[in-house]
Design a protein around this ligand. Structure first.
Ligand code: ATP
Length: 236
């Protein structure tokens, strides 16, 4: 397998404050890769830089064989790399269907075909087509945010803390949705504080601490060092 995404030696600063310092990681094509870390470790900064929302002071981002460092976010999306940002950004007063209709959809297929695929992949949303998004549970809103990204038929999807603020039952629903888009062929880079949920479903995980990767491996490899994961997810 070859990486679809390579992040090499990334430095990102907010003004003079360093958020990422020499961060490198790679994501294998077709994998579900987790980026785990505590509050403020630099997870969102990493995703936002990959997605073109932040410009790095140093380093490169390569996606599908092309250097996308510093490219505009909409151009990166068009290449098939889509970000679902933190915070379930659905349009609250609109219905599920209307939220999905707002999304662009992949070239070469109709909006109806894109919607049909979403209904098939997320039957829970199909049952709620006309429900007002803002009145659904947090887990369903997160599912809708993921489904909206799926309308563009991305090659790779970046998920920023999809379980944040959800009850355990709703976290399960969201993780099911993530497993579904992965099974449907998308490469996934999942940012999470919830290592207990993310580790069992990922192929590979990175542990980020203070803007740099401090450990990585398969879930089994990281399991051999449970203290490391616990320490850096609990004590930042
Ligand atoms: P969280 O789980 O809280 O989202 P995170 O791991 O995603 O954490 P980032 O949001 O990437 O972390 O933040 C990394 C560092 O950069 C933190 O020290 C944070 O305080 C800082 N930071 C993030 N956004 C800004 C900003 N807009 N201006 C200044 N500093 C920022």
């Amino acid at each position: 397998m070859s990486p679809i995404l390579t992040v090499d030696d990334l430095d990102v600063r907010y003004g003079t404050i360093p958020a990422l310092s020499g961060l490198s990681l790679s994501v294998e094509r077709g994998s579900l890769t987790a980026l785990l870390g505590a509050n403020g470790a630099g997870k969102s900064t990493t995703l936002n830089t990959v997605a073109g929302l932040l410009e790095p002071a140093r380093g490169t981002v390569t996606f599908d064989g092309q250097d996308i460092t510093g490219r505009a976010a909409h151009r990166i999306t068009r290449r098939g790399l889509v970000l679902v940002p933190e915070g379930r950004l659905v349009v609250a007063p609109l219905s599920v269907l209307e939220n999905l209709q707002l999304s662009s959809f992949a070239r070469g297929r109709s909006r109806t075909a894109a919607l049909d695929e979403v209904w098939e992949l997320f039957p829970r949303l199909a049952e709620r087509k006309s429900q007002i998004a803002g009145l659904m549970s947090g887990g369903e809103q997160q599912m809708l945010a993921i489904a909206r990204a799926w309308m563009t038929k991305p090659t790779m999807i970046l998920l920023d803390e999809p379980s944040m603020g959800l009850s355990p039952a709703l976290v399960d629903i969201v993780f099911e949705a993530i497993a579904q888009i992965h099974a449907a062929g998308a490469t996934v880079l999942l940012v999470e504080q919830n290592a207990a949920k993310a580790l069992p479903i990922c192929d590979h995980a990175y542990l980020i601490h203070r803007g740099d990767i401090i450990a990585s491996g398969t879930p089994a490899e990281l399991d051999e060092n449970p203290d490391l994961v616990a320490r850096h997810l609990g004590l930042d």
